[in-house]
Design a protein around this ligand. Sequence first.
Ligand code: SF4
Length: 334
Amino acid sequence: EHLKKDFPLRQLNILSPAMAVHAVEDASFALYPGRATALVGESGSGKTTIARMLARLYEPTSGTLNFRGDPVKLGRGADLASYRRHVQLVFQDPFASLNPVHSIRYHLSRPLRIYGHARNRQEETEQILALLRRVNLTPAEQFIEKYPHQLSGGQRQRIAIARTLAVQPEVLLADEPVSMLDVSIRLDILNLLRRLKDEEQLALLYITHDIASARYFAEETLVMYAGQMVEGGPSEEVTQRPKHPYTQLLLSAAPDPTRVKSKGKTDLPARGEIPSLIKPPTGCRFHPRCPHAMPVCKERFPGRTDLGNGHWTNCFLYGDGGRPVASNASAPKT
Ligand code: SF4
């Protein structure tokens, strides 16, 4: 709730010590067992910072992290170890997340030992083989003694996923889990994550810059721009009836073979770059690119407007159930 993360720039002498990267501003959302939530946005939008705060690799500057309904006590120590057992992170780069000098047996036996899931070596071997089968690395006996360099990118990502499953987590944070893999195996890994989410009733956060895959993969979608959450709700709603001008821009850039090319003028926002987060635009950070921007957009960030069916947006164009509230701006086409 209301998560905020600033990274102070004290160490850079060229900048004022008071300056900071304002990476995430006032982010509130929930994850639920057995459901996947896609967190979508361009590079630099704050997606990975959110995942790292949830994994407690970064402590929030302010805001509250709740787990099973209770506020999480921040800081190091036993509480952190216990929390990490329940909330696991799959990293983007399967080539860097495994140690090249250790075998697959070693990688999977570590969490089993730390969290006491195996009483002896034979039991440990059986559990490692079972983990390899759960991520479709079969025959498992052929993989257990291999080293990371003997595996493909997709196989390494399956090992990284198996390693998180070894501690029986309740929350899985998958940070762009397929972006560094060949296109041909991305769907296999997404299907694997979806099956595990259903079987284990995992609360899954799927971080991606690809809004088209969010619709396929996740029940809910959240859209971020320059550290601010701008739209969210059921994936079908967000991707088929996008309201926020930035979500519309993202969708217009995503390949869609079923989309009919529109003729004539469009009111889509200008393509461009995410602004600097050291001195981000005031108010709605999207206002320099937004064709519907009004004076109020520069002054403050809009509150959340409920659009019905669980769909919401932070945009001054909407109010009172989704009807445009500003007389000097037309609602963007959907
Ligand atoms: Fe932001 Fe205003 Fe544009 Fe809505 S209309 S996206 S609040 S700049």
